[in-house]
Design a protein around this ligand. Sequence first.
Ligand code: CA
Length: 283
Amino acid sequence: MVTPSISLDTGGTRLKVGVVTTVGNYREHNEDNYFVPGRASIGPPAGPGAGGTAPDGEVATEPAGLFVVADGMGGQLAGEEASRLAIQIIPRELRGRLAADSGGDDRAIQEAIRAAVAAANREILAQSHLLTEFTNMGTTVVLSFFHRDRAFIAGIGDSRAYRLRDGRLEQLTRDHSLAKALEEAGTIAPDEVENHRFKHVLYLYLGSPDARDGPEDVRPVDVRPGDQFLLASDGLTGSVEDEQLIELLRAYADPQQAAQALVDRALANASKDNVTCVVIHAL
Ligand code: CA
């Protein structure tokens, strides 16, 4: 069955969106989860005390401009639960905060996003202390919130957001991996990051006390017709090089086809991880 793209209007920008997630080549569980208005990955609760998930078919359609990818980590079902909580809580919290402040200026939106992510962090931390099977669970999160002619971008961990404009791919988020921190400190060279043993070790993620205030940076970027945005877990970005991302994003007029092609390429490149990507076209 071919999944159709989703068309959305965020009060100024018309968007067309495609999303694909897969457990991948080797893993038994898919610890990635995503939210796209009207279509989210979250299914039934993953364990005791995890209640509150909307039943299948009742995925929230608001906030209309919000897209989230979360990549969980932790033993057994803990990673799935952490990313599921992020996907459940962030849209709900952001919805409530945006409704309470109808002004919608940049600062209010940035603050609402920060607070929504902080709320998810609190809940994940609380659950991981409460239930032994969820001890030390955590998750990355990357999100974009489109509002009028802007997108607000935030991330914690190493899932990424990109913008493709005029054939140029720009990473809009910063990886919170130890390898990246070593590079930023000048301890290792930029070309050492890719294969560094700390590449996948995160010093900041949801479910850690250090993330209590939410993302340090909620970055507003302008959105023009023809721009493409990509949100992805490291199952994609760790196995598909930038040139291939650009080539595949440019090859498809339909974002759902692009998302599928990106995931297929990650699997063909022998990605060992779960793979998730959201492709957003500004029309
Ligand atoms: Ca991953």
